[in-house]
Design a binder for this molecule. Structure first.
Ligand code: SF4
Length: 158
């Protein structure tokens, strides 16, 4: 996503690095307070958090305020809450590849949505991280990288 933005908008390397630092900050907040492991909390912790990181990075890149950046990150994660991890055949391919691409597109939407606001919103990013952790704890193990449920369960190789 950042590569696409740099190519299409001519952002300098230093601005991309700042956006990456913002993404890293968001990822570390989740890693410290919850988890970024599909085996622990399902795909919400992997693709959901990646979306939050990308949302924050994009918003920072387009000049968002700290409140708008936090809002973009919050939306990126909130709308992946509950997403299960069920990789077909135990490989990080289906649904992972397309799912990441969709999340990148969602991150651009979260950035845009936040840009249209003053950054004030009702559910904080910290709260969504807590909810993600609890939801991941409540998910049955068959939805946490075991490939025993969901898409992985009934897939037949052609
Ligand atoms: S579904 Fe794929 S991308 Fe999502 S947590 Fe599982 S292995 Fe990772």
């Amino acid at each position: 996503m950042l590569n696409h933005l740099q190519q299409s908008r001519n952002f300098s390397d230093i601005r991309i690095l700042r956006a990456l630092a913002t993404a890293g900050l968001i990822g570390n907040i989740v890693k410290h307070n919850a988890s970024i492991s599909g085996a622990e909390v399902g795909c919400q912790g992997e693709v959901g958090v990646a979306c939050a990181m990308a949302s924050a990075a994009a918003n920072q890149l387009f000049g968002g305020s700290p409140a708008q950046i936090e809002y973009a990150a919050e939306m990126g994660l909130e709308h992946h809450l509950g997403m299960t991890c069920d990789p077909v055949c135990g490989l990080v391919q289906i649904p992972c590849i397309e799912r990441n691409a969709y999340a990148a597109a969602r991150a651009l939407d979260a950035n845009l949505f936040s840009t249209f606001t003053d950054g004030i919103h009702r559910v904080s990013f910290d709260k969504v991280v807590q909810v993600m952790k609890q939801t991941g704890h409540d998910l049955p193990s068959l939805y946490k990288e075991t490939s025993e449920g969901g898409l992985a369960k009934d897939y037949k190789q052609m």
